[in-house]
Design a protein around this ligand. Structure first.
Ligand SMILES: [Zn+2]
Length: 616
């Protein structure tokens, strides 16, 4: 396995090697002035070595981890080019808005650029910023970013501190100069900066860097810190080795305005949480399994081992995303398991999360006509969906490769455990596939679906290709349930009042009526989604409508929840006054099933799910 992967990597790198004649010896020199970042603007200066004559530079197009050509070239503004102080004209490629040609004179050796980056993307507040380098960068067309050197500097607002995985930072006033690095490593190493930034060591190999929107120094609850500290050796035990240079940086923006977002990197991750998330164990639960442990798991699954279709010489060529059910699905599987193994979640919270995911996937009517493989296009499709990406999501079956990927890997794990009578598990595959070699600096080892099948066959000889074909390549009316039943549990709906639901994300979520009324309804009565064939659909409710009143009184989700619970015995229809574009209408919604919450009930057989989440 290891030899095969290393040979493949060497072949990939050889294919990408540039002809020696076009290799520029001098580094690119980049200075990003972030002193106006609180006013949502970066001022950038870039020196690019050129060979004389017209030069073509590109703005990085695809964003690693975002699975789409989503780097915001529209935010690049005020572009001025010069050679030896004389302005040089530029034009944009008529076929590629990410490509620019500069009319540099013959004999020119350095092209000097100045431009602004208009930050629209929610990476900064008045007290902190998470700065990615790729929205502030151009490089010569044809650059092999893994082998091209760049010297980067950042100027932060007065007195702001910073944290990053980049080497050798030298601070002079508010300017930080980093050691020369490859363009690839620079893009993979964002900088967290803020007025209130604190570092918390997590053992010898990782640290938590927290910039907070709070006016006082960031606070991390003792138990939360203990879970982060346990997470690092739990992941190391699972994968066998790691591929960052210590310390790994959990870069945290604690801000109510840019929360629940994140991006994985080799030696760090950006995790955007609420201002108070790290201040209590209860608040942190909401973010643990799907964000904090998720982005960390990506250091192995996605950054080190990477689907071959995502490995390219630069960020211009299109990615092929067909293995995202591994990249994201297996990450989702192990991140939730690691959330339990490191103490962020209880086993009951994990089971509740599984139940919620199964129910949500099963409610998606779009799944019957769309394979899971087709959903791996969704980040690209989302670029065309604008602010309505969550509108009618059940019919879209959006991004199912995350959560359905998780259920498929649970299916595989329980299968291995059952057939080997507990002697082997998916953890054996994880150690062999993701932990090959010893601890190393960042490296990329590509894999194909065939490599994956071969590695699983080494753990348990089985028709893994057939297993994946049935679950990935063809539409299925229902998500895979075998992992849950083989794991010793039965999926069911329970009344909320009878069964306390410990599902972390369900706490306080009054908008999810998919399993009773059959609709997802926001706090202002905005109808985001309606499940086909549900009581809400039969009443005539549709995505895009707004519920103004319920039973003759102004709408609120609290009143709706109370009415549904009461009507489980009263059996009265709900009268909804709704707006649809400019029209008002009254709809009668007949439903008497009470509140329904997805749960896992203990079934028969060995409790494999308990064994899976056992700390290592
Ligand atoms: Zn991810």
């Amino acid at each position: 396995m290891r030899a095969r992967a290393v040979v493949l990597l060497a072949a990939v790198l050889a294919a990408f090697a540039p002809a020696p004649a076009v290799r520029a010896a001098a580094p690119l020199v980049l200075v990003v002035d972030a002193r106006d970042v609180t006013r949502s603007i970066l001022h950038v200066a870039l020196d690019v070595p050129i060979a004389g004559g017209p030069a073509t530079l590109v703005f990085p197009k695809w964003v690693a981890g975002e699975h789409a050509p989503a780097n915001p070239v529209a935010d690049l503004a005020l572009l001025v080019a010069s050679v030896d102080g004389k302005t040089v004209a530029w034009t944009r490629d008529p076929y590629d808005p990410f490509s620019f040609t500069f009319a540099a004179p013959a004999g020119a050796t350095t092209l000097h650029l100045t431009y602004a980056v208009l930050l629209e993307s929610g990476h900064a507040t008045d007290r902190l910023a998470l700065l990615d380098w790729n929205p502030a960068l151009l490089y010569p067309a044809g650059t092999v970013i893994a082998t091209t050197t760049i010297e980067a500097a950042l100027i932060v607002p007065p007195g702001w501190d910073f944290a990053t995985a980049l080497d050798g930072p030298k601070r002079t006033g508010d300017r930080i100069d980093f050691a020369p690095v490859s363009v690839e490593r620079l893009i993979d190493s964002p900088v967290l900066t803020g007025a209130n930034l604190a570092r918390f060591p997590l053992g010898a190999t990782a640290e938590l860097d927290v910039a907070s929107d709070s006016p006082v120094a960031p606070v991390v609850d003792k138990a939360v810190l203990a879970h982060f500290t346990a997470l690092v050796p739990q992941a190391q035990a699972l994968f066998g080795s790691h591929h960052w240079r210590s310390p790994y940086h959990f870069l945290i923006t604690a801000s109510d305005t840019i929360s629940y977002t994140g991006l994985e990197h080799h030696e760090s991750s950006w995790n955007g949480v609420d201002t108070d998330t790290l201040e209590s164990e209860a608040a942190c639960k909401k973010w643990a399994g799907d964000l904090l442990t998720h982005e960390f798991t990506h250091s192995w699954n996605g950054k080190y081992r990477r689907p071959a279709g995502l490995v390219r010489p630069d960020d211009q060529a299109d990615e092929t995303t067909e293995l995202l059910w591994v990249y994201e699905g297996l990450t989702e599987y192990y991140s939730e398991i690691l959330a339990v193994r490191s103490g962020f979640w209880t086993p009951a919270e994990y089971r509740a999360a599984l139940a919620a995911k199964y129910a949500a996937l099963d409610a998606k009517t779009g799944r019957a006509t769309r394979s899971l493989a087709d959903t791996t296009f969704d980040e690209r499709l989302r670029l065309t969906a604008g602010p309505h990406a969550t509108f009618a999501s059940a019919r879209r079956a959006s991004e199912d490769y995350y959560d359905e990927g998780e259920l498929i890997w649970l299916d595989a794990d329980t299968l291995i455990r059952e057939r080997t009578h507990g002697a082997r598990s998916l953890d054996d595959f994880a150690r062999a596939f993701y932990g090959i070699g010893s601890d190393t600096p960042p490296a990329v080892v590509p894999y194909t679906r065939g490599d994956l099948v071969a590695a699983l066959n080494a753990v348990l000889p089985f028709d893994w290709e057939g297993f994946f074909h049935a679950r990935i390549d063809v539409p299925a009316a229902h998500p895979p349930l075998d992992g849950i039943t083989r794991g010793g549990y039965a999926f069911a709906f329970a009344a909320k009042a009878e069964t306390p639901n410990p599902e972390p994300r369900a706490g306080g979520n009054a908008t999810d009526y998919r399993y009773d009324l059959g609709a997802s309804i926001g706090g202002t009565g905005n109808v985001n989604d309606v499940i086909a064939g549900s009581p809400a659909a039969r009443a005539g409710l549709a995505p895009g409508m707004t519920i103004v009143a319920l039973d003759g009184r102004r709408f609120s989700t609290a009143a709706l929840t109370a009415t549904i619970a009461r009507d489980a015995t009263a059996k009265a229809p709900l009268t909804l006054l709704v707006t649809n574009h400019q029209a008002f209408a009254t709809l009668d919604l007949t439903y008497d099933g009470g509140i329904r919450v997805p749960v896992l009930m203990r079934g028969t057989g060995t409790d494999l799910i308990a064994a899976i989440v056992e700390p290592r």
